[in-house]
Design a protein around this ligand. Structure first.
Ligand code: NDP
Length: 333
């Protein structure tokens, strides 16, 4: 069998916010899989903040996307033709050839469907964002029951899971920040956050101090900038910060100034630790064994924002960077 696959390529490197000129569409012919390969039709693909970094030509923990080549990223696909004994058409696989309708793959992970759980969750509440939330909270921030946790980007893919995992593991109080009233209500009414605020409503340090009168013990940082500065003011002695991301600066054309209160790290004996989830795949089983049952029995809400159609993937990506998503932003193909 041969298929005509549609793919989205990096047409130019953006300076500041990506635009329509950043992306181009192309068609390629894919032949039948050879030995060891599978031909896959993608069902869901992920759009993630780290993809913005890969559009820049800079050295980082993953290589930059190549100009004129298809973009990459997490995707769930269905095998439509197989060159591997024991992998039948219909098998679901997780792989990194997103941003295209079909892919010929030699590297993929077979998925075991879970009854009643959408395969899209392997890109969210049972996938990389969940591992990030789990490892960041438990292994990096060394969260303990009875502590107060502050999460920025709290209504997004990672943040919405951090707060829920903290509550399920016995947090005394969980506080979240997000960029709209609707998200703030969602955090307290649906995700079990004890308090939440809209960072656009006023100074983050004042809103955080009001929400955490007794201070915070752990800060899970998805945002950086003024959020990190506010957290340093509110952290209690021996507090810990897991630095997961700094999305407030990803589209900056010049580096933004850092927190002005770094002396707090010394006086309060704080620990600030960054991490990259690729280094922690050994924790995947532990995460699945805890988060899987929470998801299956409804103790954990796995929110998703789903955009239909590969053609709309660039818009979905930009909308995620602008905050239009609640929970995991995905494209359904
Ligand atoms: P989200 O689902 O949280 O989507 C991004 C969110 O960022 C938006 O919804 C938006 O929500 C928020 N945002 C955008 N601009 C700003 C801003 N200027 N200030 C505050 N918030 C902003 O994405 P993920 O959950 O996938 O990722 C969250 C963070 O975790 C990112 O920083 C990402 O880079 C990082 N990450 C790090 C990993 C690692 O290995 N270290 C792995 C995975 C993710 P709002 O409406 O609230 O503004």
């Amino acid at each position: 069998m041969s298929v005509t696959a549609k793919e989205i390529r990096l047409a130019s490197r953006p300076s500041g916010w990506p635009t329509d000129e950043t992306f181009s569409f192309a068609e390629v012919e894919l032949q039948s899989p050879g030995p060891g390969e599978v031909l896959v039709r993608n069902i869901f693909m992920s759009v993630d903040p780290y993809m913005r970094g890969r559009m820049n030509d800079v050295k980082s923990y993953v290589p930059p996307y190549e100009l004129g080549k298809a973009l990459e990223g997490g995707a769930v696909g269905e095998v439509i033709e197989s060159g591997v004994d024991g992998v039948e058409p219909g098998t679901l696989v997780l792989h990194n050839a997103g941003w295209r309708s079909h892919a010929l793959l030699s590297q993929y992970t077979r998925l075991t469907p879970i009854e009643g759980v959408s395969s899209s969750h392997f890109l969210g509440a049972l996938g990389m964002p969940a591992l990030t939330a789990y490892v960041g909270l438990l292994d990096i921030a060394l969260f303990k029951p009875g502590e107060t946790v502050f999460v920025s980007g709290a209504a997004g893919a990672v943040g919405s899971l951090v707060g829920q995992i903290a509550k399920l593991k016995g947090a005394a109080r969980v506080i979240g920040s997000a960029g709209s009233e609707e998200k703030v209500t969602h955090l307290t009414n649906k995700l079990g956050y004890d308090a939440a605020f809209n960072y656009r409503d006023g100074k983050v340090n004042e809103q955080l101090a009001a929400a955490a009168p007794d201070g915070i013990d752990v800060y899970f940082d998805n945002v950086g900038g003024d959020h990190l500065e506010a957290a340093l003011w509110s952290l209690n002695r021996n507090g810990r910060v897991a630095v997961c991301g700094t999305i407030s600066s990803y589209n900056d054309e010049k580096p933004s100034p850092g927190p002005r209160n770094l002396h707090q790290i010394v006086s309060k004996r704080l620990t600030i630790r960054g991490f990259i989830i690729l280094d922690h795949n050994d924790r995947f089983r532990a995460m699945i064994s805890e988060v899987g049952p929470w998801l299956a029995n409804g103790q954990l809400v796995a929110e998703e924002t789903i955009v239909d159609g590969l053609d709309n993937a660039p818009t979905a990506f930009l909308d995620m960077l602008r905050g239009k998503n609640k929970g995991k932003m995905l494209v359904r193909l």
